[in-house]
Design a protein around this ligand. Sequence first.
Ligand SMILES: Nc1ncnc2c1ncn2[C@@H]1O[C@H](COP(=O)(O)OP(=O)(O)O)[C@@H](O)[C@H]1O
Ligand SMILES: [Mg+2]
Length: 256
Amino acid sequence: MNMIEMKDIRKEYPLGETVVHALRGIDLSVQEGGFISIIGPSGSGKTTLLNIIGCIDTPTEGSVKIGGEDITSLDDKKLTNIRLFKVGFIFQTFNLIPVLNLLENVEFPLLLMKEHKLSKTDIRERAEKAIEEVGLKDFLDHRPAELSGGQRQRVAIARALVTNPQIVLADEPTANLDSETGAAILELMKHLNETEKTTFIFSTHDPDVLKYASQVVKIRDGHIESTGKPGRSLKTGKTRSKAHVGKAGSTGKRRR
Ligand SMILES: Nc1ncnc2c1ncn2[C@@H]1O[C@H](COP(=O)(O)OP(=O)(O)O)[C@@H](O)[C@H]1O
Ligand SMILES: [Mg+2]
């Protein structure tokens, strides 16, 4: 199944009297269970693309389907629900809440899921389980400032996964980490992708991390330049950027 289908996505930002063309016609399909890397230089449109998939931003033109549902015509309430229930986010700068401890940071998205009305015990159990999965169960009462960069990013991964999203979006998740810590974070994301069958899409400008990806999408100036498996020559896009990426045959059971 295609988890994501984007057709001719364009995004323009007005800038003074001109307009910035951040995305110039992106066609992209991602299969469920994929571990997809979006690579491209700074300013190429990676963040814009991830924000559109995650319903943080809307395209100027084009259509986006997530799990078969067209999200381009949804109202704000429905978009908020997709952000809460279907997508998890991991950011370059971790974006943890400094006054909350590790456990409270991971519980936070579950508290926002009001429609699910989870009990306090359920919330605590799910947060503790997610924290255990990222190897931090001895640090439950620590605040973010007491943790290393790599540990903070592990907390952010636990927070992204605690709601059992279908898709995890990670915008340059290793950019603020040294290469060894960054590699460990990618290994953890890959492990969770394989065990949970959650689709991961992460952006990077570091070619070293490409070996972890099931598929690599190269973007430049808002176009898909090429796509393919890492280690092989990438298929070059023609007039319009087309890509069909994902992990073939990923029919494994999901936890939810
Ligand atoms: N809110 C915005 N207003 C105006 N221009 C923007 C905005 N966000 C991004 N851009 C522009 O869109 C282009 C793509 O940006 P971005 O998606 O952040 O690229 P990347 O994440 O690959 O560095 C850049 O030229 C950037 O300056
Ligand atoms: Mg960016």
